[in-house]
Ligand binder design. Structure first.
Ligand code: GTP
Ligand code: MG
Length: 196
């Protein structure tokens, strides 16, 4: 039939990594530089089609601030998919992402499809507008002034990819700002959702 398949999807991750911005890019194709932190959670829906399937994502965009952590099980319970987000420019947010994955693997639906998304790719990599990869790339822009801060290390894609493979997760690097990688996250998840 043409009836869309309903897929409950939850976004989890540390505060400020860009969960709401990823959803805003996916749903409205918009980006805002100074987004307010989410309080509790936000609910949005968006259709996603690939080949002959139409999915309707029911998206729970959770709040990353620690005081909201205890609400999370309400949102990931019965979820068929999760996007666990970290900020590429903040290695400690990858540790937080790993702890969310652990919690999901213990307590969520055992068949849940989990994607790990390293966001804010635009801060470490110049925009790939031409799609020409043959030229030597220019050195990445420095994301922050305070590079000597211990907490401010950049999470390498190799480390994150290795972890994702080991843990059985999809892995993406995204930029809600440029839009890079965003559709791919939701399309690749869609491919892994079992057809009923
Ligand atoms: P909580 O709701 O508090 O959990 O935060 P969040 O994960 O929803 O983060 P949010 O989307 O509110 O983004 C936090 C800040 O990062 C905002 O100022 C965004 O504009 C910025 N931001 C989000 N995504 C990107 C990105 O891909 N690149 C850049 N440069 N900034 C981003
Ligand atoms: Mg938010």
């Amino acid at each position: 039939t043409d009836k869309p398949i309903q897929v409950k999807l939850v976004l989890l991750g540390e505060a400020s990594v860009g969960k709401s911005s990823i959803v805003m890019r996916f749903v409205n194709n918009e980006f805002h530089d100074n987004k307010d932190p989410t309080i509790g959670a936000a609910f949005l829906t968006q259709k996603c089609r690939f080949e002959d399937r139409v999915l309707r994502y029911e998206i729970w965009d959770t709040a990353g601030q620690e005081r909201f952590h205890s609400l999370a099980p309400m949102y990931y319970r019965n979820a068929q998919a999760a996007v666990v987000v970290y900020d590429i420019t903040k290695a400690s947010s990858l540790d937080k992402a790993k702890s969310w994955v652990k919690e999901l693997q213990r307590q969520a639906n055992p068949n849940i499809v989990i994607a790990l998304a390293g966001n804010k790719l635009d801060l470490v990599k110049p925009a790939s507008s031409s799609g020409d990869d043959s030229e030597p790339s220019t050195p990445p822009a420095t994301p922050h002034e305070s590079e000597d801060e211990a907490d401010d290390a950049t999470a390498t894609p190799e480390e994150a990819q290795a972890y994702a493979s080991e843990a059985g997760l999809l892995f993406f690097e995204t930029s809600a700002k440029s839009g890079e990688g965003i559709l791919e996250v939701f399309t690749e998840i869609a491919k892994k959702i079992p057809i009923e």
